[in-house]
Design a protein around this ligand. Sequence first.
Ligand SMILES: [Zn+2]
Length: 506
Amino acid sequence: MRQISRFASLTVLALLSLACFCVAPCAYIGPVAPFLSTPMPTPAPAVVVETRIPDDTPTPADTPEDSSYGASGLGDSYYPLMGNGGYDVQHYDLAIVVDMEREHIDSVATIDALSTQNLARFNLDLWGFDIESVQVDGQDATFERDQGELSITPADSIPEGEPFTIVIIYSGKPGEGAPPGLLDLLEGWNFYEGGVLVAGEPGGADTWFPVNNHPLDKATYTFRVTVAEPYVVAANGVLEEEIANTDGTRTYVWVMDDPMASYLSTIAISNFERVDSTTKSGIPIRSYLDADIRREVEEPTTRIPEIIDYFETVFGPYPFDECGVVIHELDLGFALENQTLIVMGYQFVNEDVIVHELAHQWFGNSISLKSWQDIWLNEGFATYASTLWIEHTQGAQAAQAYMDMSYEYFKEIPEHAMVIIGDPGPDNLFDWAVYERGAFTLHALRLTVGDEAFFQILRTYADRYHDDNAGIVDFIALAEEISGQELDDLFQAWLYEQALPPMPEQ
Ligand SMILES: [Zn+2]
């Protein structure tokens, strides 16, 4: 409660900051009220620990029993079974007929992939559903299931370096049989009264389609979603086609033609109204607002073009074809930066959250994580982008006041309770320290290398790893390359030790 009373005594800036602190900007941080009543981050490790900046050696992937079998995981240090080895998905084509009343889908997933080894067998990730058939290159394949792993044995082995196509016909209620999501919150596909919400971070994509479910395997997507009128469907990318079928349904064809991590794939269904605008650089903005609440939620979304225009001046060109938000008539405890279609609940719509999620389009979406341990590269960057926006709109003094207040708050956290943001562990992936201390880390870098080098680092990072993956080690190397400074000590102290370092002198 100390946090509330302290903030309550501050001014407009403090109110803005209250939103930054207490309204979780993205991902699964949980409902607002519990966070307010628990100001200090939890859970806490019992003893002070230290880790080191990791070397660049990837964690070995799961080793299959036969060398011609693709691995059942990609060796993520937090989620070893996420994703699969032996192939690289190029494109997902997902044709999904949604029955809103029965909360049921009938789907055909057509997956174009490229083998990276000889494959007598390979896995996809999928929970639940009845699978009617699996074909590989037009021939029936056999399959086995073990919880979230779908093992497919094609009629003929696939040689290394060959393109191949998998077609899977399946049906059921999404999410049935899947384990509860992170913090038990809505991970994956959710039916609600009057709508569908899909929020996949970090692993929820496998609750609605067969997928190589790790950011390391980015791919393009086509979504062909059919639903009864008058429901409206939004998804990632560009609405290429809207077909009125003779049976009273409509099929919406959305195409995401930039590579996308599976957790950012989304579909939204409700009685949405589409609202269009454009940025100065000509990026079409199309947002989907629940018709019942449009009047209450629309105002903050009108600043999206202006925010993107600003970010293009500091981060470089907006990385995708279109952008927008979808606002559900749901009281969500989070927002999520789904690629080109930010998902929000109606109580979460404010400028700070929109700024944060828009920044993720560069940091987190265009540049994907190499492993979930690198989450600071998503959340620290998007949180610091909010400070840059304050600096842009309210001036350097306001931004500094915000940073000072935030830093003072963190100074009160006992050292043993501080999450190590360079290696927070899967249970603390979205701990507040990853966000706020993550933003301090960038501010400390800025004060150390100076504004010119700092912004060149951000722009070069956004450009070099565009449509690709990066890890913390890559960012540190790039920062050292551009600044010409040895920065190990700085990143070691901020990312890998619990004690809160002093902010460098201005
Ligand atoms: Zn975020």
